[in-house]
Design a protein around this ligand. Structure first.
Ligand SMILES: CSC[C@H]1O[C@H](OP(=O)(O)O)[C@H](O)[C@@H]1O
Length: 361
């Protein structure tokens, strides 16, 4: 029914209309595809981070809205299902963007025509994401070629997971790495573990290793020292929402890497599709920062020596914790934005230059 070799985080079967996602909460120890068969399943998958990453969150929600309209295509359900999906996570702007794309596609249609139109649009958004992330990779490859020095391995540092697990295929921050690897450029990735949910260790290291790309997991706190030792040629991260002034909201800890990169004269690039730019958001100060459960900080999940899954408490009973899931890196710390339209300054001028290239601009 599915192409099981499909290295994508969400797959859709044209015959049955079935959508399956990789349950990323089980990686790296278990690769399990989960069939999303209700609006509640789609909302659960996003809220509990079975799927995560701005582009993937958006596309999953698009398929979720299409599913809801297949059940009930009324105006009331279109609104209710959109709101239910939008409420799952507040920061990644792709969630709102994708739902708006579907609603624009179906709102003017008679209810009986909405489900098919919504599904077709979701499939289109999925295909566009693959193409856009590939183009991000090509533009990012040009940057990496400029950093390459007489065949010495390029050391790229990344934070969290902005690989194909955060999109459909290719990824954003890791797409240039995959393109460089495919082009025969010696590349190595410092994978910052990314506490507290360890998307770096659990997801980026897994997908890079699966693709044969050399990588080394490091504690988040080691990254400044690696930069000071001259072991990092550039930092490339993703984005969950980039404001119109170039401020970048990304996984918690990104800001600290940007500060260390600036202090060590290391390029700090942000890779993102246009769908992650919030043109209506004036600055990073306006971006809602998701506060997640403190338990994510106070406990950790893994497997024991026998491979049996377990979760352990790390702190003393009664310890309190706060768990902001994102931070904002000011535009002035960003060396540039790598997009499907090319490379632009992280500034109002740079974004205006990009906006002029958009279809219908
Ligand atoms: C290509 S967007 C990836 C972006 O999303 C991640 O956040 P989360 O794992 O909470 O969805 C992280 O900020 C990545 O940079």
């Amino acid at each position: 029914m599915f192409n099981n070799d499909d290295l994508s985080s969400l797959r859709w079967d044209a015959v049955s209309g079935t959508v399956e996602i990789i349950d990323q909460t089980l990686l790296p120890h278990t690769l399990r595809w989960v069939h999303l068969d209700s609006l509640e399943a789609y909302c659960h998958a996003i809220r509990h981070m079975q799927v995560r990453g701005a582009p993937l969150i958006g596309i999953t929600a698009a398929f979720g809205l299409a599913h809801a309209l297949a059940v009930n295509p009324s105006d009331q359900n279109l609104i209710a299902a959109s709101e239910a999906l939008l409420s799952t996570r507040p920061t990644a702007v792709n969630l709102r963007w994708a739902l708006e794309q579907i609603r624009a596609e179906v709102s003017s249609l008679l209810p009986w025509a909405r489900a098919e139109a919504a599904l077709n649009k979701a499939v289109e958004l999925r295909a566009e994401d693959i193409a856009n992330c590939s183009r991000i990779g090509e533009h990012g490859l040009s940057l990496l070629r400029e950093l390459e020095t007489d065949g010495k391995p390029l050391n790229v540092m990344t934070h969290c997971n902005a690989g194909w697990l955060a999109t459909i295929q290719w990824g954003t921050a890791l797409s240039p790495v995959y393109k460089a690897f495919a082009a025969g450029i010696p590349v190595h990735v410092w994978v910052s573990e990314t506490r507290p949910r360890n998307q770096g260790m659990n997801l980026s290291a897994w997908e890079l290793h699966r693709s044969g790309v050399p990588c080394t997991v490091v504690a988040d706190n080691s990254c400044g020292q690696l930069m000071r030792q001259g072991l990092v040629d550039c930092v490339i991260v993703g984005s969950d929402r980039t404001a119109a002034n170039g401020d970048v909201c990304n996984k918690i800890g990104t800001y600290l890497k940007a500060l260390a990169a600036r202090d060590n004269g290391i390029p700090f690039y942000v890779a993102l599709p246009e769908s992650t730019i919030d043109w209506d958001c004036a600055s990073g100060a306006k971006i809602p920062i998701e506060e997640r459960d403190a338990l994510e900080v106070l406990s950790i999940a893994g497997v024991d020596a026998s491979g049996q899954g377990l979760e352990v408490n790390l702190a003393a009973e009664g310890t309190s914790a706060v768990n902001p899931a994102f931070d904002v890196t000011p535009a002035e710390l960003v060396s540039g934005l790598v997009t499907e339209y090319g490379f632009f300054a992280a500034s109002p001028e740079g974004l205006s230059e990009m906006r002029a290239l958009l279809p219908g601009a």
